[in-house]
Design a protein around this ligand. Structure first.
Ligand code: LLP
Length: 426
């Protein structure tokens, strides 16, 4: 793979032979932080945020899907650029507020918000609450009345469109648990209009993640626009369309639509609609801003396979094990142009057969002690990590130009054990 082809370029590149995030060689971070660690490029996050907002002529609100990367420093960086936040839990609400993102730019989504979470959303006076079921709407109405508030509500519609992505991240087909079925959408809006404490303001849709063609998005948006128009025709004063996230990125050979093509499609569908637009992109903003850096522990030449055993594992990055996801793996030192590639399985230390980052991957020569980076790991990487096998939570670092800072330090084993308590009888 040539330099310019690295997902994450130009903010991730070999500079003087050293894999660098912006101007910082990953080896320098490894010296200070140890391995494994996640590192994110501030410049890349900013580049993507600006590309998105420019494509919409500054007229759309981008509410970053906090679930994709919820580190508070990252949220603060995006928030300062002007981003809002899309949340699915009180924990994410706390993070967004801690990052300084104003409630007027926050959308609360999710099919299973608890009463406490709805109360927190009302208390914070969020921009919008996306409602996904009839009983949620009733509960929200009750709570809003009791708290003397009015909830600005968007109904999330399930448009019954297949997203053509991995089955585990497809959400827009009838029969999926997400959203209110298209056939029930109009009734939900009518009910929302009647209910005290509820102000129906818009329609929302999100059909899945890592979508790499416009067609399913266009089909879904078209259906939602139809409902929007019909409801306005009935005198329900909707003013907002929340078109969700889901735009795909390049991990390997994917060719996702350009942001300008996406914006042109949306603009065409929403022309003359009198709707302000919001989006909930996560992966598109942060996926290629981040990498997971790991050290090679051993090379094991098995009878039939060669294994590169690294110190990161499925608990640090679960996507390959969970979704058969492909992440590029590159050495921290640029391989010689003529270096011979050979297939190897790149595996972690966790005691599970599924703890495999790559199978029969053609890799340039790597030896024990070398650093390697798993690319495109900014979205759904650190946030899906766990302590499985009692491995310490992987730290996170943010890079800006020539400097870097650890924004989630690696805990100590004492920290890990201190969270637990013995019962009185032991
Ligand atoms: N809005 C809603 C309502 C969502 O459910 C999601 C993602 C997003 C926005 C952001 O989607 P994005 O723009 O990032 O595609 N863990 C999986 C992805 C799960 C996506 C869940 N929902 C993965 O690693 O591929």
């Amino acid at each position: 793979m040539s330099e310019s082809e690295l997902p994450g370029a130009p903010d991730l590149a070999y500079r003087d032979g050293a894999l660098s995030l912006e101007q910082v060689p990953v080896a320098r971070i490894a010296e200070q932080v140890g391995t494994p660690f996640y590192a994110y490029s501030s410049a890349h996050l900013e580049r993507r945020y600006r590309e998105f907002t420019v494509a919409f002529g500054g007229k759309a609100m981008l509410c970053f899907a906090v679930k994709a990367l919820s580190n508070v420093a990252v949220l603060r960086h995006l928030g300062r650029l002007g981003a809002g936040a899309d949340l699915v839990s009180e924990g994410e609400l706390r993070r967004a507020l801690a990052a300084g993102i104003p409630p007027s730019r926050i959308i609360f989504s999710g099919i299973g918000k608890t009463e406490t979470e709805l109360r927190a959303a009302l208390a914070a006076d969020l921009h919008q609450i996306n409602v996904e079921s009839a009983p949620e709407l009733s509960l929200l109405s009750d709570l809003a009345q009791r708290m003397g508030k009015t909830a600005r509500v968007a109904i999330r519609i399930n448009p019954d469109v297949a997203a053509d992505t991995h089955a585990k991240i497809s959400t827009g087909k009838a029969g999926s648990k997400f959203g209110i079925d298209l056939v029930h959408a109009a009734d939900s809006f009518r009910r929302a209009k009647q209910l005290p404490g509820i102000e129906p303001v818009g329609a929302a849709v999100h059909i899945g993640s890592q979508i790499t063609s416009l067609a399913p998005l266009e089909a879904a948006f078209g259906r939602v626009v139809d409902v929007y128009k019909a409801m306005r025709g009935e005198g329900i004063k909707l003013t907002r369309l929340d078109l969700g996230g889901g735009l795909g990125i390049r991990y390997r050979h994917e060719t996702p639509p350009s942001i300008n093509a996406y914006a042109a499609m949306v603009t065409r569908l929403t022309r003359g609609l009198d709707a302000s637009l919001s989006f909930e992109q996560g992966r598109w903003i942060c996926g290629n801003a981040g990498i997971l850096v790991s050290r090679v522990l051993y090379i094991k030449d098995g009878a039939t396979r060669r294994f590169v055993i690294v110190d990161a594992a499925m608990n640090d990055l679960v996507r390959p094990a969970m979704y058969e996801a492909w992440h590029e793996i590159v050495p921290a030192i640029a391989p010689a142009a003529k270096a011979k590639r050979a297939p190897a399985d790149v595996v972690g230390p966790v005691c599970e057969t599924g703890d495999i980052f790559a199978t029969e991957r053609e890799l340039p020569p790597v030896a024990a002690g070398d650093l390697v980076a798993l690319l495109s790991a900014g979205a759904y990487g650190a946030i899906m990590s766990s302590e499985y096998n009692s491995r310490l939570l992987v730290p996170e670092v943010i890079v800006r130009g020539t400097e870097f800072a650890t924004v989630r330090p690696r805990p100590t084993y004492e920290d890990m054990l201190a969270r637990e308590k013995l019962p009185p009888w032991l």
